[in-house]
Ligand binder design. Structure first.
Ligand SMILES: *Cc1c(COP(=O)(O)O)cnc(C)c1O
Length: 392
């Protein structure tokens, strides 16, 4: 099994976690080789999530921009409103196969917590979610959702009481309870085999999109564009096109108030090499190696690191990584609402903003495929607050 991507990745964990990681690796290898596992995964994606998700041609928006055609891969139409559920279903199925009785997860904005609580209910497993105390307050509606779905939410007051502290607590729980507990990680981060496993579960996005593009347009897109928090929706999209050198892969990081302001979440464009969450990767950190608190208008992009495979794709030049600011993302959010009748998640609005920048410079025959990772209902209050602050 692949544990490194160039110099990135690995298993930087306490000795006590090596045994459960090896157990997980072996179980995942066996599941991958078992057609019954794939069949059950596909059945649930179809009958519960509502896959496949369509591709929508953003005709009015593309016409307005006057250049390339923008195509949207509609992960916002999944049950729970985002791509995260693809991955939590895969991991919960694996947990069941391994005979684990209990799911734990960490969450920042609460979206991964909700997706984990959802599958825990679906499979009848108890679920405990670790969340920084500050996030519990900031993301109260998602805390309510998790509780309604039957999960227990632990408010973590250690450290800065945000996502990185919640990850530490979840790892601690796993060390203590690994016999009966499965740790569900929400993005392509963490120690091996998580980055590969999460990418594989999310690769349904890119595989579907590739086939749909060929069927509908008779060709592949010129560029595939996705936002990058930890990087799971982007890796899922990229996985479909990684062996097609004619398809440019573009990851979009959260630029917050601009790279120069220091208030952003752009780990590849603004970070340095370090170790977080059991993996060697690009991180936002102080000169002496303390993890920095990230900032973005979009809570789901607020991860201080990034999946190790993204760092590798960046170094090899197979993918490029740009930065979109809060203001640009909000403008893209408005544009999709007004031109297409679709309210996108603020995370996804970052990817869309990058496409909006690129489209006018390209010919009308070019295709830009944007992963619309989630819907924006959860962000309405945030958008309103952001606008009020701007107008004062
Ligand atoms: C969590 C989330 C993201 C960011 O996570 P990735 O692992 O980078 O995909 C992006 N979009 C939405 C809608 C999310 O909920």
């Amino acid at each position: 099994m692949k544990t490194h991507y160039g110099i990135y990745g690995g298993q930087y964990v306490a000795e006590t976690l090596m045994a459960p990681l090896k157990e997980l690796e072996a179980a995942y290898e066996a599941a991958k080789a078992d057609p019954a596992f794939a069949r059950e995964f596909e059945d649930i994606l179809r009958d519960y999530v509502g896959r496949e998700s369509p591709i929508t041609h953003a005709k009015r928006l593309s016409g307005h921009l006057g250049g390339a055609q923008i195509l949207l891969k509609r992960e916002d139409l999944n049950h729970t409103g985002a791509h995260k559920v693809n991955n939590t279903i895969g991991q919960a199925l694996l947990a069941k196969r391994m005979g684990k009785k209990r799911l734990i997860a960490e969450t920042g904005a609460g979206m991964h917590g909700v997706a984990t609580a959802t599958v825990a209910a679906l499979f009848g497993m108890p679920c405990e979610v670790y969340m920084g105390a500050i996030d519990v307050e900031r993301q109260a509606p998602n805390v309510e959702r998790m509780k309604m779905l039957g999960a227990r939410v632990h408010s973590v007051t250690e450290g800065s009481a945000t996502l990185k502290d919640a990850m530490n607590e979840a790892l601690r729980d796993w060390v203590a309870n690994c016999d009966d507990t499965f740790y569900v990680i929400g993005t392509v981060a963490g120690p091996a085999p998580y980055p590969e496993m999460v990418r594989d579960f999310q690769s349904v996005i890119g595989k579907e999109a590739r086939r749909q593009c060929l069927e509908k347009y008779g060709r592949l897109p010129d560029e595939a564009i996705a936002c990058v928090g930890g990087g799971s929706n982007a890796m899922g999209l990229f996985a479909g096109f990684i062996d097609d050198p004619g398809v440019k892969l573009v990851g979009v990081e959260a630029g917050g108030k601009g790279l120069a302001s220091g208030e952003h979440a752009a780990s590849i464009n603004g970070g340095r090499l370090g170790v977080l969450h059991g993996s060697k990767t690009m991180l936002l950190q102080t000169p002496d190696g303390n993890i920095l608190d990230t900032y973005s208008v979009s809570a789901g992009l607020d991860y201080p690191g990034v999946g190790p495979e993204h760092c590798y794709l960046h170094d090899t030049g197979r993918a490029e990584y740009s930065v979109i600011t809060d203001d640009e993302a909000l403008a893209a959010f408005d544009a999709l609402c007004r031109f297409e009748g679709i309210i996108p998640a603020l995370e996804s609005s970052h990817a869309l903003a990058e496409a909006i920048k690129r489209a006018p410079k390209l010919g009308k025959d070019k295709l830009l495929l944007v992963n619309l990772s989630g819907r924006g209902d959860k962000d309405l209050e945030n958008v309103r607050r952001y606008r009020d602050a701007k107008n004062n």
